[in-house]
Design a protein around this ligand. Structure first.
Ligand code: JHZ
Ligand code: SAH
Ligand code: ZN
Length: 406
């Protein structure tokens, strides 16, 4: 039994996924023998409803100058963040005053650049120096630091309070999230707004996307758990909006308590979560069983294809693939290589199973019989780009929401 990261109640891990490497720890051969592993397990707290990892590497082991995820690799995500920025500007920053916007986990500036282009005062907080550099080179104000309460105080001293605090796919990455929310409370103007989005627990449960569980994802949030988290600091969820990015995400809009009206969407989503039984510990026991079945079925399919002497390659070396590969037991016997667009991953090996990562441009010179799509969230973008693979008789294997050969 260990204390819940949010409410400190004793919680019990219910799902051990085994020994896991750093999800974005793509490595060279010389580093195989010193590769870092940790026992990955998750727990659900039936008091505050938070789904969480019970054990995790230190933030600096994951987010540093060699961080391998560059947000700008997906064109569709680029469009998504342009819309996100426009929505904030239009609906929350529409008066004439001098606004100040803070984004944490701003990465290569994929969202903040739209504020910069409009001449809006902004600050990105991004601890991974290599991705931050891409933003800074475009003139986006960025500090290479981890956001926390003391940084929030420093920002207020130097820039004043913020009109908007934004975050995408990072709030669920921070184990000391209570102190982050304390920092937000301090940073935000009395009528300021918090808008952030993260992979949604409801989608994970409905689609059995257990690959959203990996070292970086300390939490998988729901409206119930976010409501509890912010309520502790006298803040409230005033709106929520489901997103279809990253296999199903949720956008949360939050203000100081009583500052703005609470929209019906919040109550509707809470009701939906009750219907899904997201607050019932039994749901998670069932989830674990479903994951186990997915693993057995996926491995049966891959083994069957290999027994016919056919080749399989992975497509897109996502963070999520580290969980699929290491939890299911996929090895170089199954996948010859994984094709990917990210230069920093190419020429290296996948975490744990050490499958070679190759430039996606080489895919067409080496079409395999089957390609296992690790980036199902980018399915449309990838299928459009790789039409020729199918024209030549290639088949895709996907596993969300079910295991399928296309
Ligand atoms: P993608 C990361 O997850 C990590 P990942 C992080 N923890 C998170 O929460 C989300 O992002 C936001 C490749 N690719 O976006 C490039 C192609 O090869 O699903 C990248 O290596 N061809 C912060 O890693 C990988 O996919 C393509 O056409 O699971 C990105 O995977 C496209 C579009 C992508 O994120
Ligand atoms: N917002 C982008 C990037 C998500 S990747 C997108 O949605 O595509 C998550 C980013 O959060 C990484 O670049 C990582 O370095 C950063 N990060 C992790 N912990 C952080 C913290 N405490 N404060 C600010 N950024 C953090
Ligand atoms: Zn709790």
């Amino acid at each position: 039994m260990i204390p819940c990261l949010i409410c400190k109640k004793r919680i019990k891990p219910f799902f051990p996924l085994g020994s896991m490497p750093i999800a974005n720890g793509f490595l060279i051969k010389e580093h195989f023998k010193n590769e870092y592993f940790f026992e990955m397990e998750v727990a659900f707290c039936d008091h505050c409803n938070m789904f969480q990892l019970v054990n995790q590497p230190q933030p600096q082991q994951m987010f540093n100058e060699n961080y391998a995820f560059f947000s700008g690799t997906s064109k569709l995500m680029g469009m998504h963040f342009e819309k996100f920025a426009n929505h904030v500007m239009k609906d929350y920053l529409n008066d004439a005053t001098d606004h100040f916007v803070v984004e944490i986990g701003s990465n290569d500036g994929i969202m903040l650049k739209h504020f910069a282009q409009q001449g809006i005062r902004h600050l990105g907080i991004e601890p991974s120096a290599n991705v931050a550099k891409v933003a800074m080179e475009q003139g986006i104000n960025t500090v290479v630091e981890f956001f926390d309460k003391s940084l929030a105080e420093k920002i207020v001293r130097e820039h004043g309070q913020a009109d908007a605090y934004l975050a995408a796919n990072v709030m669920c990455h921070i184990p000391y999230i209570n102190s982050i929310v304390e920092g937000i409370k301090f940073l935000l103007k009395p009528d300021g707004i918090v808008v952030f989005e993260d992979p949604y627990l409801g989608d994970v449960i409905q689609k059995t996307t257990y690959d959203q569980i990996y070292d970086e994802h300390t939490f998988l949030y729901s409206v119930h758990s976010i409501q509890y988290l912010f309520k502790q600091f006298d803040m409230e969820v005033i709106d929520v909006e489901p997103q279809d990015t990253h296999g199903g995400s949720m956008r949360y809009v939050i203000s100081h308590k009583g500052a703005k009206p609470v929209q019906d969407n919040v109550y509707k989503q809470l009701e939906f979560e009750n219907e899904l039984r997201l607050t019932d510990p039994n749901t998670y026991e069932q989830f674990r069983e479903n994951c186990n079945k997915y693993r057995i079925d996926l491995m049966a399919l891959l083994n069957d294809i290999k027994s016919q002497g056919k080749s399989i390659a992975g497509y897109a070396a996502t963070s999520k693939s580290t969980t699929i590969i290491n939890y299911c037991g996929i090895t170089t016997e199954h996948l010859d290589s994984i094709y990917d667009t990210t230069p920093i991953k190419q020429g290296k090996f996948s975490p744990g199973a050490h499958i070679p990562i190759k430039p996606y441009k080489e895919f067409k010179d080496n079409y395999p019989d089957y390609s296992l799509l690790f980036a199902y969230n980018h399915e449309k973008e990838i299928m459009a780009k790789e039409q020729e693979f199918m024209n030549q008789g290639g088949k895709w294997i996907t596993y969300v929401p079910e295991i399928k050969v296309i």
